[in-house]
Write a protein that binds this ligand. Sequence first.
Ligand code: F42
Length: 152
Amino acid sequence: MAKLSGTYVPSTSAWVREQVELYERTEGREGSTLRDTGIPVVIVTMRGAKSGSIRKIALMRVEHLGEYALVASKGGAPDNPDWYHNLVEHPDEVTVQDGPAPFSARVRLVDGAEYDAWWQRSVAVFPQYETYKQKTPRRIPIFVATPTGNSA
Ligand code: F42
């Protein structure tokens, strides 16, 4: 099972912290959807850009041919989520959990036609992303997480 070393500092957002905890404790049997929408989520673990601590978030599960889109929507807020900076700073220190155990991944920001393709896939999973897009002048960044194969 892939694991990042360091001190875990939970999100300051209670509903997220609790979902992460439930998902991990039950190996994805519980806490695996966004509230009662029935839409699946994944758990992303990363290294903090400033603290160097271990940070965890839940994101909508947007998977295609083994890769995952990590959509930095933050509900259409004017600013990027804090975790955006973590992935920019430490793209190789990421795990994704989509089921019983996390796997190591490398993330990259996507642009151009690749961005458009992943945006379509993301909206197909979670149409609310389109509403978020209308809410903010910010272009919502998308990282793509590619498994690195060492699920140690
Ligand atoms: N958020 C999305 O953006 N997209 C989604 O698709 C999504 C789906 C989703 C599904 C279920 C669920 O429970 C939550 C979901 N969320 C989704 C919310 C997501 O999990 C995050 O909570 C949200 O995107 C906000 O992320 P955030 O990183 O801004 O979290 C804040 C609340 C936070 O915890 N801030 C911490 C704090 O102390 O204020 C700092 C976190 C951090 O990473 N700090 C870095 C560090 O070094 O430790 C520094 C970061 C920097 O600014 O350099």
